[in-house]
Ligand binder design. Structure first.
Ligand code: GDP
Ligand code: MG
Length: 192
């Protein structure tokens, strides 16, 4: 995987929350079973641990995008405990958000819209990068949400869109690189 080099993976939230500034916090949101942990593990470089149900994990890793290094801290903690407190924290703490649904599960797609609305409420005046992700694109025969529906939803909600397959590692790298680009675009426009 050219362009990716792993520093450390799987660090605990409390131990790696400092050194700020060039570390971007990315929060994964979405219903249970859509593939959040699978995507996060691929990013973290621990893809061999299949189907391990973990309470919550954070992965930090530096990625070279367009010739420049960026550190992402990816939080897979949305389902760690389903409390209002945690969900509010998640809505507040991110520099960018990945809202995941499964293309095989219409209900998870509807939930993604809800999450987008919640996020907008929580971060009203801020322009935060949000990527809508339709995962499980490999499951062609059980697809319930078309690419067009996903794309249209992203247009309505003013966010980026990508379909991925964690199972095939398809578009996962593009997803995380896209996040870095989105964050940089906003930073650059602020500095002008
Ligand atoms: P989470 O609850 O959102 O963290 O979802 P998981 O990452 O635990 O994935 C739920 C289930 O879907 C697991 O059995 C995964 O192996 C499976 N899964 C995740 N991503 C994909 C994918 O892209 N394609 C297929 N076929 N299965 C996937
Ligand atoms: Mg999970």
């Amino acid at each position: 995987r050219e362009g990716w080099h792993s520093d450390s993976s799987d660090s605990v939230i409390s131990s790696s929350s400092d050194s700020e500034d060039h570390v971007f916090k990315v929060i994964l949101l979405g219903e249970h079973g859509v593939g959040k942990s699978s995507l996060a593990r691929i990013f973290g470089g621990v893809e061999d641990l299949h189907d391990v149900e973990e309470a919550g994990n954070t992965y930090d890793r530096s990625v070279v995008v367009d010739g420049e290094e960026a550190c992402l801290l990816v939080f897979d903690i949305w389902e760690q405990d389903n409390t209002h407190w945690l969900h509010n924290q998640c809505m507040k703490m991110g520099d960018a958000y990945v809202i995941v649904y499964s293309v095989t599960d219409k209900a998870s797609f509807e939930k993604a819209s809800e999450l987008r609305i919640q996020l907008r409420r929580a971060r009203q005046s801020e322009d935060i990068p949000i990527i809508l992700v339709g995962n499980k694109s490999d499951l062609v025969r059980s697809r319930e949400v078309s690419v067009e529906e996903g794309r249209a939803c992203a247009v309505v909600f003013d966010c980026k869109f990508i379909e991925t397959s964690a199972a095939l590692h398809h578009n996962v790298k593009d997803l995380f690189e896209g996040i870095v680009r989105q964050i940089r675009l906003r930073k650059d426009s602020k500095e002008d």
